[in-house]
Unconditional design. Structure first.
Length: 290
């Protein structure tokens, strides 16, 4: 079991014969490095409609996440949470390239009813001809003209679309939990680097990590620019990311799992262990009417 940061910090204080607040920051930084090197990496998951071989912070803002907990790459300790982010419902593939459904609707020379049903069916990997004919499930309230349905099917046979593949990534984040800012926990219970940084910005050790983050952004509702600035400042201080309780944990679910936001600059520490959950596209050109 890795050493407890709080216990090690207390022991170092006694050995040095000084109070924690008076301890030299260089000693604390050295301690942090030793504690972190003995701690395990973080195993987490990421869901995305995109396929890639490495994480790239320059793509921030192109996925499903709202960046509500800071500027960075988002991961989930709970696989179920990550799966909820893996599909972008508004994306389909045309000639192997993602295209928005709204853009397709503007191009299709038909009323929205039949077109919406057909595109939604393709997104789910369902034969749109079947969806237009039966009108069951999510489409039961749509009134579809049979002739228009045939026209939509013929149009899609000439202009084939396929569902956008959905990808899951299992990753190893090469940083220990103690180095990650816990937005829900008091600063005094967190790792040495975090406590040292909190001291430097005059944050109360009784405040939680979210309060520390707000002090760095100088706002409780930061703009994208302020969030990006805060991420850089924290990363430069040796804090590579933040974590917070996921929806299952906040709502009293069994166990306690966190989501992680890793700040730009941390990409090289994130190793993809496995890519899975890919749905094979089913070309719309293959659909038939009975």
């Amino acid at each position: 079991m890795p050493p407890n940061p709080s216990a090690v910090r207390s022991a170092l204080s006694k050995l040095a014969g000084v109070a924690p607040a008076a301890r030299p920051s260089s000693a604390l930084s050295s301690l942090a490095a030793r504690v972190e090197s003995a701690s395990p990496a973080i195993r987490a998951f990421h869901g995305s409609p995109y396929s890639f071989d490495r994480f790239d912070a320059s793509k921030l803002g192109t996925g499903e996440g709202s960046q509500a907990y800071g500027s960075g790459l988002y991961f989930a300790g709970n696989e179920r949470v990550a799966k909820s982010y893996r599909s972008d419902g508004d994306l389909l593939l045309r000639d192997g390239r993602p295209v928005r459904a709204n853009e397709l609707l503007r191009e299709m020379p038909f009323s929205d009813g039949a077109s919406v049903v057909a595109l939604d069916a393709i997104r789910q990997g369902i034969d749109p001809a079947e969806a237009l004919r039966t009108g069951r499930g999510a489409w039961k309230d749509f009134e579809i003209d049979p002739e228009e349905a045939r026209n939509v099917v013929e149009y899609l046979q000439k202009n084939p679309l396929s569902p956008n593949p959905r990808h899951m990534y299992e990753v190893e984040i090469g940083h220990p939990e103690s180095s990650i800012l816990d937005l829900d926990a008091p600063i005094r219970t967190q790792g040495p680097r975090i406590q040292e940084f909190a001291d430097s910005v005059y944050a109360s050790p009784m405040a939680n990590g979210r309060r520390l983050y707000d002090l760095v952004t100088e706002s409780d509702a930061p703009t994208k620019a302020e969030a990006a600035m805060a991420a850089k400042k924290l990363f430069d201080a040796g804090i590579p990311g933040a974590r917070y309780k996921d929806a299952f944990s906040r709502n009293g679910g069994a166990g306690s799992t966190s989501n992680y936001v890793m700040y730009p600059g941390s990409e090289d520490s994130i190793r993809i262990l496995r890519k899975y959950g890919i749905l094979a596209p089913v070309p719309a050109a293959a659909m038939t009417e009975e």
